[in-house]
Design a protein around this ligand. Structure first.
Ligand code: B12
Length: 297
């Protein structure tokens, strides 16, 4: 699996001369390492950072993966959905390397990572879930696929370009009893890449512990994921009287997300935002960054 590109590969990818790439590297515009033989090597992370900083659209890396003209056109236009069947298949084989490779391919065509997750990762997960629900896939296959995706996601995040720290802090977690933590992991990766300090508490966090953590850390944002809610009444009481109350005391914004939550809990939850779409985290992020002057805590 590729972790870095040679000068020639990068030049082809960016449609420039090799000498241009060398000049950029020597002037420090793009980070590079040198092999023992003195050749420049550009780590994937540096390439993504460079593309991001210069707002470049670079589909050629993705295109190299595909032979057919219509597939190439699709990827050049930023539609990564064409990769979904391959990603699903790789996940079902438990092949996290291939899942990671496809995510890397995807991010070059679709550098907006929330869109990448929404268009590439989630459809594959939904199809896997549907296969499990219909009995076509066993629990073993579903678990294997989930592990492959989680492992790839974890490694993918460590390669993402991270902006300068913005002085803001977020706590992200799943409501107690909830173990579906992929959505909140994607939320965490987005906020981290936007320069937030993120505390990701993972799945199934007892409400009392979350409240204590909020009181100690004093975040700017608390994001909670809740899909499977066994007792709706307790959930409403926990969110309103404990989580939102604790967050308000420290001046934090709250967002609670999960499948159909805005319909199921309309008007019943006192959180600032109720969502069934992780794209909403971008809106909340923009709002906080624009309205809130971070204070040192
Ligand atoms: C992977 C998976 C698992 C894994 C979880 C591993 C993990 N670490 O996450 C395992 C195998 C352990 C599992 C277990 C179970 N699962 Co499951 N699982 C899935 C699967 C295939 C993918 C979940 C996923 O990550 N989807 C992608 C994410 C992004 O989607 P999402 O979490 O729904 O998030 C969307 C919104 O809800 C929202 N959102 C969610 N959180 C947040 C947070 C914020 C801040 C914001 C802004 C937005 C937001 O944004 C996303 C869309 O943009 C789904 C199928 C599906 N359709 O999703 C079933 C699914 C969610 N599981 C389901 C079930 C029933 C279960 C079990 C109860 C099964 C059982 N009988 O044991 C258990 C128990 C779970 C529990 N107690 O929490 C059902 C849920 C039905 C329901 N809502 O009532 C689904 C839909 C499968 C199905 N078709 O029936 N599961």
């Amino acid at each position: 699996m590729k972790n870095s590109y040679s000068t020639r590969e990068l030049a082809e990818m960016l449609s420039v001369n090799e000498s241009t790439v060398k000049r950029w590297a020597d002037s420090g515009y793009i980070e590079c390492a040198k092999t023992r033989g003195g050749h420049r090597k550009f780590p994937v992370r540096s390439v993504l950072k460079f593309i991001h900083e210069n707002q470049m659209s670079v589909p050629s890396l993705s295109l190299a993966e595909f032979d057919k003209k219509d597939e190439q056109a699709h990827l050049s236009a930023g539609f990564v959905d064409i990769l979904v069947p391959r990603l699903k298949e790789a996940a079902l084989q438990g092949d996290s390397h291939e899942v990671l490779r496809l995510m890397r391919t995807g991010v070059v065509s679709q550098p907006d990572i929330i869109l990448l997750y929404t268009q590439l990762l989630f459809p594959a997960l939904v199809e896997i879930g549907a296969g499990w629900e219909s009995g076509e896939l066993g629990v073993d296959s579903e678990h294997l696929a989930t592990q492959a995706i989680k492992s790839a996601l974890f490694r993918f995040q460590s390669e993402l370009y991270v902006k300068e720290p913005n002085g803001l802090m977020a706590i992200v977690t799943c409501y107690e009893g909830e173990i579906h933590d992929i959505a909140i992991t994607c939320v965490a990766s987005y906020l981290t890449s936007e320069g937030w300090k993120v505390y990701h508490l993972g799945p199934d966090i007892p409400t009392e512990d979350l409240v204590a953590f909020i009181q100690i850390r004093k975040p700017d944002l608390v994001a909670v994921s809740a899909d499977i809610i066994e007792n709706e009444r307790s959930f409403v009481l926990d969110v309103n009287n404990k989580i939102v109350a604790a967050a308000k005391k420290v001046g934090a914004i709250t967002i609670v997300g999960g499948c159909d939550l805005p319909v199921r809990f309309k008007g019943r939850l006192k959180c600032d935002h109720l969502s069934d779409d992780i794209s909403d985290i971008k809106i909340v992020h923009e709002k906080i960054v624009n309205e809130k002057v971070p204070v040192s805590k």
